[in-house]
Structure formats: C-alpha cells, structure tokens
Design a protein around this ligand. Structure first.
Ligand code: 5AD
Ligand code: SF4
Length: 437
C-alpha cells in the first residue's frame, strides 16, 4: 500500500516514440489531477519509460530505480516502455517496483496506479486489439516541434532487433485520427510535426493512400509549417513518397534511412532484405527528387561474423553516400533474437571499439562537410528554445541542423537566417527576415 500520489515525473529513455509516449502518459496523469514536477527525486510517482534496444539501455532502468530509492525515499515507481514489455513480472521480482506497463497498454496507467495504492498487483503488458490512442486525453500544450505517432511496431524481424517483440506487429493509426491529432497539436502551438513510426514509411490505410497521401493531407493544415517523418525502412520507400520530397512544400529535405552495414554478407545475416546496391540506387532516386536532401542513417558495428573486409564495405558506403549525420552502435546481443544465437564470428570488444571509432570519424568528417556547405546560404530556422548567451535563441534548419543566433524572435517563430559560420555540430546565423507567425 502507498499513499495516492499527488505529483509525478516521467523520464523517457531511448527513441523519439518513447518521448511521445512519455508526453502522453504525462497528459494522462495530469488529467487525473496529478501535478507534473521536473525533479524525479521530489515526485510521489516516477514513471521510467524504458528502452530495450541495447543491453546498456536496459540496465539503466535498474540503476535509476536504485538512485530513486536513495536516502530512504519510497516513491511509487512505474516501469513503462519496452523493458516493461520484455521483462514484465521479472522487474517486479528483481526491483520490487509498484507498476509495470507496456507500450501498448499505458492508457491503463491511472487504473494501475490505483491498484498499486490499494496494494494490488499492477502489471499490464497486453497488446490489445483496440488501440490505446482512443483512450488518451487530447493534446493541450506542446513545443513548436512536436512528435506524432502514426505507425507502431515492425514486421521486418532484423535478426539483431527486439522491436518486433516489444512493440508488436506493424499497425497504422487511422488517417482521420492522425489528421485530428495533427490539428490539435497545431492549435496547441506546434509549427513542425515529426510523424513517428518504427517503420513510418510502411504507414498505409485501406484506401492505399500511403504515407505520402497522409503527408499531402497534413500539408493542407493552416499554421503548420514543416513536416518530417522517421524512421523509414529502405524496402517501404515507395515512389509516391519519393515524389513527395519534390512536390510537397512543407515536407523537409531530410531522410533518416538506416542501412546498418555496407556489406551484403552482413546485410543478409541481419535479414535486412535489401542489398548495398539496392540501397544506393534508392538514394539516387531520392536525390534526383530532392537534390539538397540531408541523409541520415543507423549503423551497427561488430555484428556476429563481421570481418575487417565487411567493415571496410561499410566505410566505403559511407564515403559514397556522404551522410549529413548518422547514429552508430556496437552490436549488443538481445535475448530472444536470432542473432543472439549466432555464436560464430564473435567480434572481440576491442575490435568493436576500434571499428566504432573509425566509423564515427568517417561520419563526423561527412557531417562537417555537409555543415560547411551551408555556410553563406540563407534558410528558414524554426526557433525552438533559448540559448545560453543573452539574446541567443536555438532552432533548426530545414536539414535538421542546430542553428544559434542572436535575435528577439520568440520560441515558435520562423526566422530567415543567413548562415555565417559552420561548426562540426552546429551553425551560427544572423537574422534576415522574420516570417509572421
Ligand atoms: N545492437 C546494436 N544496435 C542495435 N540497433 C537495434 N538493435 C540493436 C542491437 N541489438 C540499432 C539499429 C537501429 C537503431 C534504432 O538501433 O541501428 O536502427
Ligand atoms: Fe528493428 Fe529492423 Fe524493425 Fe528497424 S526494421 S525496428 S531494426 S526489426
């Protein structure tokens, strides 16, 4: 038994979809009359919205639970997200938390908190046929750049990945529900929407409108200035979506299209169902539609059986593509995935470290080159927050670069900026024209 919590704090780990889910859980608890607090150590209820993608991410939840209980404090702890889904009752056994709730059932969080108050078991990792979205409160106050989940789950079963198990099968939210939520987000202050999905470009409906059809509908929302989407799978990159990059004014010139490896042998072992060559040809088509597009990707080094030659194939692919930015990870075996059973060709930790360093150096080189190419150009910047210096504001370019400038523009304004200096990780700009909000 615990007293009914009056304050809460949600801490999200991992991907952008977790950030979105965390916001929605916060709205749910606020609708119950609880007050949000920024300080996890002062909250009566702490929701740890967890990530299971790599072992390190998973272990974080247990160290966080330990930290929350320091100095004899006993807040109510709810573990949500993908660790909750994957480990379920094991978390209660190992860490004696009060609530465990999976990513497809967090609309039940208020009920579960009620159960925990009564001293009952409060565990829900169901994947109900009826989606949680209908049971969530409407959107109220959001930042100028907001996330909107349109698709969840994955049917691709890459051999290293837990997502098909923790997030379930690919499901697209209904067209009308998405358009309604987009309008609500814009009314609540969003000027940019990033459509989220584990395989966002697999989004579809019974009419076969595809993600490009959805984007075309969102393009018509007054007050919305920018549309982005992430994460995409190469095999779901349909012609209509590629054309949208040439035709839809609000669709930003940025594409996150993970490739994971540049070696066909490794791609096959990963069950990626695309080759190095088919990926490169796809990028040629995307670039033909939108020549200035910023490309981004994900890479895994040290997948079982990866030789030096395989790794060099990844480096040559990177050099060929010229990514504007990319994320890279050391392979982490995940329980229950096929790759975790692959015992041949184990890559030693020091080799993984060395490959990761070389890969990150290659990406940093290309990112710096991409940023340098924007110097001297003008572009729109959406102001997202205040900077550290007096009068300094921070925002994003159309190519998702961070831009800082001195201006009296406010959060949510769109400013035309001349880029005067390019650093490896950010750009410095001066204001030219402020567009009316
Ligand atoms: N080990 C390392 N990286 C992984 N990713 C997914 N599963 C693993 C794993 N087991 C990476 C992939 C994916 C990104 C979200 O995380 O690159 O695109
Ligand atoms: Fe994981 Fe592959 Fe699905 Fe991406 S496409 S979520 S890496 S299984």
């Amino acid at each position: 038994m615990k007293p009914t919590p009056k304050t809460f704090h949600v801490k999200s780990f991992g991907c952008q979809m977790n950030v979105y889910d965390g916001e929605r859980m916060g709205e749910l608890m606020a609708a119950q009359g609880l007050t949000a607090t920024d300080d996890a150590n002062a909250a009566d209820l702490v929701v740890l919205n967890t990530c299971h993608i790599r072992e390190k991410a998973t272990e974080k939840v247990y160290s966080d639970i330990g930290r929350l209980r320091k100095h004899g404090r006993t807040p109510m702890i709810a573990v949500a997200g993908c660790v909750a889904q994957a480990e379920g009752a094991e978390i209660v056994r190992r860490a004696k938390v009060d609530v465990v709730v999976g990513p497809q059932s967090y609309h039940n969080l208020p009920d579960l908190v009620g159960k925990a108050v009564r001293g009952e078991s409060a565990l829900d990792t169901d994947m109900p046929a009826i989606s949680k979205f209908g049971a969530l409160p409407s959107r109220r106050k959001v930042s100028p750049s907001a996330f909107l989940t349109v698709q969840e789950g994955c049917d691709k079963f890459c051999t290293y990945c837990v997502v098909p198990y923790t997030r379930g099968a690919e499901v697209s939210r209904p067209f009308d529900a998405i358009v309604d939520e987009a309008k609500a987000l814009v009314d609540a202050g969003a000027r940019e929407l990033t459509l989220l999905g584990q395989n966002v470009n697999a989004w579809d409906d019974a009419e076969g409108r595809g993600l490009h059809g959805l984007i075309a509908a969102l393009d018509g929302i007054e007050g919305l200035a920018r549309i982005r989407y992430t994460t995409s799978h190469p095999n779901d990159m349909r012609e209509g979506l590629i054309r949208a990059h040439a035709e839809v004014g609000k669709l930003m010139p940025y594409l996150h299209l993970p490739v994971q490896s540049g070696s066909d042998r490794i791609l096959k072992a990963m069950n990626r169902s695309h080759s190095r060559d088919s990926y490169l040809r796809l990028l040629d088509r995307v670039r033909a539609a939108r020549p200035d597009i910023a490309l981004s990707g994900d890479f895994i080094v040290g997948f079982p059986g990866e030789t030096e030659a395989d790794f060099e194939d990844t480096l040559t692919l990177i050099a060929q593509v010229g990514y504007a930015q990319a994320y890279s990870f050391k392979y982490s075996p995940r329980p229950g995935t096929p790759a975790a059973e692959m015992t041949d060709g184990f890559v030693p930790a020091e080799v993984m470290d060395e490959r990761l360093q070389r890969l990150q150096a290659a990406i940093a080189r290309d990112q710096a080159a991409f940023n340098a190419a924007t110097a001297g150009r003008s572009c729109d910047v959406l102001i997202e927050r205040t900077g550290k210096l007096p009068g300094q504001m921070l925002g994003k370019s159309p190519w998702l670069q961070s831009v800082h400038l001195i201006t009296d523009a406010q959060v949510g304004d769109m400013v035309e900026v001349e880029i005067v200096r390019a650093d490896p990780n950010s750009l410095a700009g001066i204001e030219r024209i402020r567009a009316a909000a």
